[in-house]
Design a protein around this ligand. Structure first.
Ligand code: ADP
Ligand code: ZN
Ligand code: ZN
Length: 748
């Protein structure tokens, strides 16, 4: 027997199968999906590969498979899915298979790693400055050592096993670092899965409202009839979508099947999980979360694989969990951008769910208060069944939303970032002992630094992007590559001392609030305060339990939290998202304002929302005041149609980067020419744009160019692009790397 094998490598040229002989004594141990080691080319050590097909004979002279590592890691349908994804997302099949493997097994010695999980942790003994100095002075040279230290700077105190897997270095490297005094390896009491340890009081199903019942019945029918239907559960915040999910999952369990429940990474909190535990008990539930250690994730994976857990709750990648007998996939907050991967494979989890839905004839349920334009468009077209929940389930009212025109505020002489109205509202809230959330979507202190005499702005030396001032360390930081330098007092161009710091970030906002309301307690949540394991959770529970007066934060404060005592939400600058160079700017603004408003007055107390903006007439701001999604959709979709943007057309971005700009230009032109010829021959409606530098044309010292294609994403264009990769790009041996992203989150 012959096995077709895919080598586990992201080298583009290896994205094909190679035939190997299955020795007689291995025949019983090998099936499609098995992980094997083979001798490959002239390489001395054995290479890892996956069996993707088994056949009787080969036209080539073949070598034997050397070792079978593991059978039944993944099954044949998973291999099929990986192949489907690789074509559609323009990556290697092995990149996709990796998503489906048990956590921590992407590299060798899986068994050993899992066993060692209770042994050792690593923490830094030197700080970033000392490390940077040693690198500069060439005391630290080994790239691998530097990689480990860099990782630890961002994530101090990690399990050694995790460190090995994530940074792909051996334990020897870490030991060397210990010997040289950079890190300490010590024994830490391992926490158990923080999502599944406490005793949660059991609860039972609520009796559904009429709207909930209707929605439930529609999906129930699809479950009973083995139908692959898609549903959009469109319901305002607090309308009881989760209760519908819970009862659908119960139905699926009762029919002997399993469920996948996807939630955005950031709202995958113990509170979310508790609602499921309360209904179904711990034993039935597996939680997959990036904050878990590799060992913990492995345990969860195994609990699913063995069929013990019937419900999988997790972020995006949980869609690949080894669930047998899948009965439903639910995607909550389906508009959330974390459902689209920004790393290879650049998949959209909704595509993958739809694929599984068709394959297993099961329903897919999308839920949101502000659906993705694309989902709603498909609902209007009848591809998705629209189910609406128009009222809040516990009869709490939607909050009052007021818009404050900051231009007017300036004209009235108020130069502060807090309008009179917001000031009064905060003051009143403090007096009433209620809590306030202030939302500002920029972190740091000032967002750019400029010389008033010559106009010089401080930019990162690696990226063509302005640096943000962070007051605590008195440093300028690049939010793209992490580069830091000392704050400026003298202009490097004209030596003027007239340096001004412009723009407002969360740090400055917090300082201002502390000045305006000295007796109020505040807590801040943004990437700078959230870095260690669980600390996001800690900030939120501190805010809730210690009744802190004011929570100040970025995007992170927006999602799905439930704070009964929050009655005021202030949006400091609604415009921050409007001015970005992205076709989704209005959609994001509307979504974020509506979601943030939904945090106010979720129980008995009435909620108030104050939105400050320089563009009070902008429709995405105006309609978020009314929380009217449909009005918003109608206007936005007309614009999108005119401009040929999704959902009417897809955008395919071919991004090129290299330290050598000439190489990029050359490769771009060749790729462009190939695509142009192909498209003309095919005579299909595709708009192909000329190669141009990306809006941010340099990041981490790499130049960035792009080609944009607009068309309906389908077989035609998939074929053309895959041909282009094989016939043009992969034939070049240049410094240029290319990514291909369909409807990317970030157009910069
Ligand atoms: P969503 O997921 O749409 O934000 P939730 O499911 O969290 O809404 O429901 C909001 C609140 O309403 C919760 O406190 C929930 O317990 C309550 N609730 C939901 N459905 C019902 C119902 N049928 N009867 C009574 N209360 C309900
Ligand atoms: Zn100057
Ligand atoms: Zn940078």
């Amino acid at each position: 027997m012959i096995a077709e094998i895919i080598i586990n490598s992201n080298v583009k040229n290896l994205n094909k199968t190679f035939d190997y002989n299955i020795p007689f004594d291995m025949e019983k141990k090998i099936s499609i999906g098995s992980r094997v080691l083979v001798k490959f080319g002239n390489i001395k050590k054995l290479e890892e590969g996956f069996v993707v097909n088994i056949k009787d004979c080969s036209e080539f002279k073949v070598k034997d498979i050397a070792v079978v590592e593991e059978k039944d890691f993944i099954d044949e349908p998973k291999v099929e899915m990986a192949k489907w994804m690789a074509r559609r997302y323009f990556c290697n099949v092995s990149d996709c298979i990796k998503l489906m493997l048990p956590p921590g097994t992407g590299t060798k010695n899986m068994q050993k790693r899992v066993k060692e999980k209770s042994l050792n942790s690593v923490r830094l003994l030197k700080n970033q400055l000392q490390i940077d100095e040693d690198i500069e002075n060439k005391i630290l040279k080994s790239e691998k050592q530097i990689k480990v230290l860099r990782f630890l700077i961002d994530n101090d105190d990690v399990l050694i096993t995790d460190l090995e897997v994530i940074t792909e270095v051996s334990k020897a490297i870490i030991k060397t670092l210990e010997k040289n005094g950079y890190v300490e390896i010590y024994e830490k009491q391992i926490e158990r899965n923080p999502f599944l340890h406490k005793v949660v009081e059991k609860n039972v199903s609520l009796s559904l409202t009429e709207e909930q019942q209707y929605a439930y019945n529609m999906v129930e029918n699809a479950i009973e009839d083995y139908m692959n239907s898609e549903f959009l559960l469109y319901g305002v915040t607090g309308s009881g979508k989760t209760e519908v999910y819970l009862q659908l999952i119960e139905k699926v369990i009762n029919s002997g099947k399993s469920s996948i429940m996807l939630v955005p990474e950031i709202s995958l909190t113990p509170q979310t999980v508790d609602r499921f535990i309360a209904r179904f008990g711990q034993d039935n539930i597996a939680v997959l979360h990036s904050k878990l250690s590799v060992g913990e994730r492995y345990d969860q994976w195994y609990k699913i694989k063995t069929g013990k857990a019937k419900i999988v709750i997790g972020a995006r990648s949980a869609v690949f969990a080894p669930v047998e007998n899948l009965g439903i996939i639910i995607i909550d907050e389906e508009h959330d951008s974390s459902y689209k991967s920004e790393m290879t494979p650049r998949y959209n989890v909704k595509d993958v769910a739809r694929y599984l839905g068709r394959k297993y004839n099961i329903p897919i349920v999308y839920g949101s208060a502000t659906p993705d334009m694309d989902t709603y468009y498909r609902a209007l077209n009848g591809d998705i069944e629209l189910l609406e929940l128009t009222k809040r389930a516990n009869n709490s009212k939607l909050p009052n939303v007021e818009i404050v025109d900051l231009k007017q505020e300036l004209a009235n002489g108020n130069r502060s970032m807090i309008s009179m109205k917001l000031y009064d509202a905060i003051e009143k809230n403090l007096k009433d002992k209620k809590q306030t959330i202030l939302f500002l979507n920029r972190r740091g202190y000032s967002t750019f630094v400029m010389c008033r005499d010559c106009g010089f702005t401080a930019k990162c030396k690696n990226c063509n992007i302005t640096m943000t001032y962070h007051i605590k360390q008195n440093k300028l930081k690049c939010h793209y590559c992490g580069y830091e330098c000392n704050a400026l007092t003298i202009c490097p161009d004209c030596q003027s001392k007239n340096i001004r710091y412009f723009g407002t970030g969360t740090q400055k906002l917090e300082a201002e609030i502390n000045k305006l309301f000295p007796s109020a307690s505040t807590i801040r949540m943004d990437v700078d305060t959230v870095s260690k394991k669980n600390s996001h959770e800690e900030i939120l529970s501190k805010f809730k339990n210690e009744n802190i007066d004011i929570l100040i934060g970025t995007q992170m404060v927006v999602k799905g939290h439930h704070f009964p005592n929050v009655t005021l939400v202030g949006v400091i600058a609604a415009d921050t998202n409007l001015n970005i160079d992205d076709y989704r700017a209005s959609e994001r603004t509307f979504q974020i304002l509506t979601q943030v408003a939904g945090r106010a007055g979720r129980e008995k107390n009435e909620g108030n929302v104050i939105i400050q903006t320089y563009n009070p007439d902008n429709f995405s701001i105006e309609f978020s005041k009314k929380q009217d999604y449909k009005l918003f959709y109608n206007i936005e979709s007309k614009l999108r149609k005119q401009l040929k943007y999704p959902p009417f057309c897809d955008i395919i971005l071919l991004g090129f980067s290299s330290e050598n700009e000439n190489d990029i230009k050359k490769v771009c032109l060749e790729v462009h020419k190939y695509l142009k010829d192909k498209i003309e021959n095919e005579n299909i409606p595709i708009i192909l744009y000329k190669p141009v530098p990306a809006p941010i044309d340099k990041i981490k010292n790499k130049f960035r160019w792009r080609i944009i294609i607009k068309c309906k994403f389908g077989e035609n264009i998939i074929n053309i692009i895959n041909d282009c990769i094989n016939n043009v790009f992969n034939k070049k041996n240049s410094s240029v790397s290319m990514i291909i992203d369909v409807n990317p989150n970030n157009m910069l």
